[in-house]
Design a protein around this ligand. Sequence first.
Ligand SMILES: [Zn+2]
Length: 104
Amino acid sequence: MTAQPAPSRPATTPPPPRWCRECGGPFYAWRNDMEFCSATHRAAYHKRRYKWGGLLYDMVIAWRVDRVFKGLSKMTQLADQIANEERARRKRHAEVKSQQERKP
Ligand SMILES: [Zn+2]
């Protein structure tokens, strides 16, 4: 049994677009590790993560170190808020992707 070479794309076919993690829009990556359509969207994505991460960090410290009353409950509320925003963002991304894929 001989190994079959992997089917390769013709050199003239452009690679499929990638989808930005911030806006959900398509973009063509010129580097293999690109995840965002622009530096602005990369910065916005990470800024939001740092903001939520910082708030969660402060709540964990307040809950476990300072023994703030109902600290876990407050943390859970923030986690729910973050999760709801993420669900809404993913829903928007799915709509953007669906609209883009319907274009001729
Ligand atoms: Zn984007």
